[in-house]
Ligand binder design. Structure first.
Ligand code: GLN
Length: 483
């Protein structure tokens, strides 16, 4: 049962092959048996899951249909869930029960999804390895000694290990696409504003975007359909109609112009990944796509710009965690300043504290122009590069990551080494563009992803290309041994 995709589950439920309750019970048992090896969940919500499954079965018995009606999923633990712990992977929020559901959670629940639990993540979504969680590192099901990627590593490991078919995730600089690449999944970061951020705990508000993690493009289309759309509670949400993503999957790729940026194949890229990327290009050429070399000349400046802008926004967003209103409060504070200092010092982990310091420094009066303003100018140049490229091509293709998943602990002593691994993903966030990572082969038994980027609101085009690729390749069907 656990090998089914969302699309297969929807067909099985519609054909009455099994009930949502049976499926939910089977997956909860599987999680209990296998998750201790992976640590992909922070909280399990068995009671809620079983009551949602029963309700979904009742709705189907009354003639209701829907691809998500009765589908088991999990939410990254930064989506607020009413009455359920929403920890953001932090000691700061270990005792926080959200008073309301995030829009994404509420919409998916209304569509009939069954919430199995809340998945592990890097603390406040800061990281690329899922090692900064207060609840411990997540392990990669392809090799338990390797990281699953981050910050949505819990969602990725759980889906890759077939503990559930799909999960929600968020992407500020790559946190959907990079763990998708590291665990052989398909992950989609939508256009900024496509999915509501209301009730999604903020890391860097101008970059954060929620999206689906699943095994196939077809399933990403189904989950995105339930997540996307205008939300008056989020002032950056875009009031545009949501297309039928599943209907876009079967378009022909004949004549599709794919741009491959020459800057992507620089010294930092593992040559074995470069080869797999070239193989995926050849495969798409066979399907009728036309390949063109393009240039994104400002790409080299993107990492330094991102690692100023994201910490700057984080330092502002995280100022609300002060020991007064939410989360952790220190014991016996002597005065207000002591309360702030000790609550924050005890509640936040090392990486979060580092980013708050960097961000506060970059925003300070003396350095604002030198760092923050400069980074914003680079951001505009990065966006302009993409706009120029999309005058010539329909899709941009390249590697999702420069290297496959590294060993647990390998980069712990050097945060900058970890930041550099985000080189291919962060530009889409700086520009607000949609991006998708899909499985494209293996290096040393570890999965490798290929990234596709498209113009604003062309999520359907990304899903179309990935689906056609998946109809003609079988990388995405490979299963980690032992799961
Ligand atoms: N690795 C990046 C960071 O640490 C991106 C994380 C994310 O997308 N949430 O900021």
């Amino acid at each position: 049962m656990h090998h089914m995709t969302l699309a297969e589950i929807a067909r099985g439920l519609a054909d009455k092959k099994f009930s949502s309750e049976e499926l939910t019970q089977a997956l909860l048992a599987r999680i209990a048996q296998l998750d201790p090896q992976l640590n992909s969940f922070i909280s399990l919500t068995e009671e809620l899951a079983l009551s949602q499954a029963k309700a979904a079965d009742a709705r189907r018995a009354n003639g209701e249909t829907g691809a998500l009606l009765g589908a088991p999923i999990a939410h990254k633990d930064l989506f607020c869930t009413q009455g359920i712990r929403t920890s953001c992977g932090s000691k700061m929020l270990d005792n926080f029960k959200a008073p309301y559901d995030a829009t994404v959670v509420a919409r998916l629940a209304a569509a009939g999804t069954v919430t199995l639990g809340k998945t592990n993540m890097d603390e406040f979504a800061m990281g690329s390895a899922n090692e900064s969680s207060y609840y411990g590192a997540v392990k990669n099901p392809w090799n338990l000694e390797h990281v699953p990627g981050g910050s949505s590593g819990g969602s990725a490991a759980a889906v890759a290990a077939r503990l559930l078919p799909a999960a929600t995730a968020t992407d500020t600089g790559g946190s959907i696409r990079q763990p998708a690449a590291f665990t052989n999944l398909t992950g989609l970061k939508p256009t900024y504003g496509r999915v509501s951020r209301w009730g999604m705990i903020a890391y860097a508000s101008s970059l954060d975007q929620g999206g689906p993690l699943a095994r196939t493009a077809e399933d990403c289309a189904i989950l995105l359909q339930g997540m996307a759309g205008f939300d008056p509670n989020d002032s950056t949400s875009i009031d545009e109609p949501v297309p039928d993503y599943s209907a876009s999957l079967n378009g022909s790729l004949q004549g599709l112009r794919i741009g491959v940026p020459k800057e992507y194949f620089s010294a930092g890229l593992d040559p074995r990944i470069a080869e797999l990327v070239h193989n995926s290009v050849k495969e798409l050429e066979k399907l009728g796509a036309v390949i063109k070399e393009i240039s994104l000349p400002n790409m080299q400046h993107a990492i330094p710009a991102y690692y100023v802008i994201a910490p700057a926004e984080a330092s502002s967003n995280l100022s609300r965690f002060d020991g007064v209103r939410f989360g952790h409060r220190c014991e016996n504070p002597e005065n207000l300043i002591d309360l702030y200092k000790r609550s924050r010092g005890e509640g936040f982990g090392a990486e979060v504290q580092r980013r708050i310091m960097v961000g506060a420094y970059a925003l300070s009066a003396g350095y604002y122009d030198a760092y923050y303003l400069k980074a914003q100018k680079i951001r505009r140049l990065v966006k302009n590069d993409f706009m120029a490229a999309f005058n010539e091509v329909d899709i941009i293709l390249g590697p999702t990551t420069p290297n496959p998943a590294w060993k647990l602990g390998a980069k712990n002593s050097d945060p900058v080494a970890e930041y550099l691994e985000d080189v291919y993903t962060i530009t889409a966030n700086l520009a607000g563009l949609p991006g998708l990572s899909m499985p494209a082969g293996f290096v040393d038994g570890l999965p490798v992803g290929v990234q596709l980027l498209a113009p604003y609101f062309q999520e359907g085009r990304l899903l179309n290309v990935a689906h056609q690729y998946q109809l003609n390749t079988d990388w995405h069907t490979r299963t980690p041994t032992g799961f």
